[in-house]
Design a protein around this ligand. Structure first.
Ligand SMILES: [Zn+2]
Length: 82
């Protein structure tokens, strides 16, 4: 996924571009604002995605980790049953 992570969007015209890094986006944003005198907004997309994904991965790891103590639960169940 080599998609851009920063999207800049002008509030005053149709100018909209995406960039792979914050520095480039910032330069383009400044350029458009100073050239056109417009207000440009920006969004950071992929960074948020990465954080969510890391969280999901951690969750999956946690679930599979809980399957291992099942054997420990079986051991506990044995003294209870008789
Ligand atoms: Zn504009």
């Amino acid at each position: 996924m080599g998609e851009a992570n920063v999207v800049i969007e002008c509030r005053d015209c149709e100018f909209c571009e995406s960039f792979a890094n914050l520095g480039r986006a910032r330069v383009a944003l400044d350029d458009h604002e100073s050239e056109a005198g417009h207000y440009v907004d920006w969004q950071i997309n992929r960074v948020a995605d990465g954080v969510e994904r890391a969280g999901a991965d951690a969750g999956i790891c946690g679930v599979s980790g809980r399957e291992n103590p099942d054997s420990a639960l079986l051991d506990r169940g044995q003294p209870d049953e008789p």
